[in-house]
Design a protein around this ligand. Sequence first.
Ligand code: ZN
Length: 132
Amino acid sequence: MPGLPEKDILRFEQRLKQRREQLRWLVHDALIESKRDDYAKLADQVHDAGEESVAALLEGVNLAILEREVAELQDIEAALARIQDGGYGVCVDCGDAIAPERLEAYPTAKRCIGCQSRHENRRGGRDATPSL
Ligand SMILES: [Zn+2]
């Protein structure tokens, strides 16, 4: 099975967790600044979430300024979940190893470069959060 050395995975996990922490604070502050009681309550939960999914917590939140942060949190949480189940660094489409340089640039990458560009061509654009 293709995969990264354990020490690289640990390093990416550290980076992802650090970024997750930053994003949680950004989200926390934005929720507080929204001056809505229900969002202020959520802000506390975001702060205390531990290993829980903050993206799931924020599902009902409709703050345009947070869209990008929430999308990134989803990507990070998905990447951390792949680390847990041993699928990190493996392309979800073709099952090949994702190039380490690509992971250095995009630690949340879930496709190898070839599959990613095919994926984007199919969708006709940048990878975006699906909107309903
Ligand atoms: Zn691939």
